[in-house]
Design a protein around this ligand. Structure first.
Ligand code: FMN
Length: 331
């Protein structure tokens, strides 16, 4: 098996690892992906871990134009968690393509461009630019809680989620589209179905939970934006429950709802192989790890090794066999 399809430049690399997975036509050497916003553009971590072993890398959220990000405090630790209010600081898509992508591409893992915007037009213009590059997949971020315009605003409602997903789908000629969902949506299954109907090839969840903290000594909220996004182990059981329920919702019998069982990529507080295995058993095709990398950069390598050891112990030859879900009508 090769990932020729990933490489418009024709530089196919063999992907023969026991834990290799295919998501939306893209072959990953294993189901472990660096989560957006927590791994820079990959090369920043090259001295700390063997980045080439990762299944994939999601870039920091990219916007058409450069963004300076939010003022004030941007990171705050909580019990078993981390709150952030970065505000999508990034150099803009053109600068990413010119300055970051060649190095990122050279690292080896699947490259996933995380795309954000404040209007459907901005999203689709950004998608068009990325479509002409060597990135393997677009992850549409309609779930960032830290920007005033756009971001999560689009991901809370099925109608706006479908609007942006459809606009980006129309702009893409070559790249598969994964949509990253917000756990803050009142009905995440309805948003997911709307995105799938509008052309999503895969779904990732969850982005961070809207949360807040108050500095009791200063007598004011810690963050200038008042609220921020909570990630880390504190959110893991909720994220797992959402993956479980979404898997089910996407397999609603035909006729009841538009259901196309697209692959799910699970995220939220995954900090070790056992955590990752829970998500893979819940029906996720792959996992993303974010916050855990900050305190322990080797986390994703240990997760890959742990998944492969677990598979070997049980004599499994494909990560899909880890799923404990039974397909009802979908085979
Ligand atoms: C500092 C920080 C920055 C983030 N930036 C982005 C981003 O730009 N785009 C995005 O889709 N998600 C972003 N996220 C969310 C993560 O990709 C991930 O979905 C979330 O943190 C849950 O995973 P974790 O608990 O393993 O961190 C960010 C998270 C953190 C902690």
């Amino acid at each position: 098996m090769t990932n020729k399809k990933n490489r418009p430049d024709g530089a196919a690399e063999p992907v023969n690892t026991v834990s290799a997975v295919t998501i939306a036509g893209v072959r990953f050497r294993n189901p472990v992906i660096a989560a957006s916003g927590t791994f820079g553009y990959g090369s920043e971590y090259a001295d700390l871990l063997d980045v080439s072993r990762l299944g994939g890398i999601c870039t920091k959220g990219l916007t058409l134009n450069p963004r300076a990000g939010n003022s004030g405090r941007r990171i705050h630790e909580t019990p078993s968690g981390l709150m952030n209010s970065i505000g999508l600081e990034n150099p803009g898509i053109a600068a990413f393509i010119e300055r970051e992508l060649p190095r990122l591409r050279g690292l080896g893992p699947v490259v996933i461009a995380n795309l954000s915007g404040s209007s459907a037009d901005e999203y689709s213009d950004g998608a068009r630019l990325l479509d002409g590059t060597s990135v393997d997949m677009i992850e549409l971020n309609i779930s960032c809680p830290n920007v005033k315009a756009g971001g999560m605003m689009f991901g809370l409602d099925p109608g706006t989620a479908a609007l942006v997903t459809g606009a980006v789908r129309d702009a893409l000629r070559h790249k598969p589209l994964m949509v990253k969902l917000s756990p803050n949506a009142p009905d995440i299954a309805a948003v997911a179905r709307a995105c799938v109907s509008a052309g999503a090839d895969a779904l990732s969840l969850v982005n961070t939970f809207k949360a807040m903290a108050i500095d009791i000594h200063a007598g004011k909220p810690v963050f200038d934006n008042i609220t921020a996004g909570l990630s880390g182990p504190a959110i893991r059981p909720i994220a797992l429950r959402m993956v479980w329920e979404l898997w089910e919702a996407l397999r609603t019998p035909p006729g009841k709802a538009p259901a196309r069982p697209v692959p799910i990529v699970g995220a939220g507080g995954i900090a070790g192989a056992e955590d990752a295995l829970e998500f893979l058993m819940a029906g996720a095709s792959a996992v993303q790890t974010g916050s855990a990398t900050f305190s322990h950069p080797q986390t994703m390598i240990e997760i890959i090794d742990g998944i492969e050891e677990h598979m070997a112990k049980r004599g499994l030859s494909n990560p899909e066999e880890l799923s404990i879900r039974k397909t009802a009508w979908y085979a």
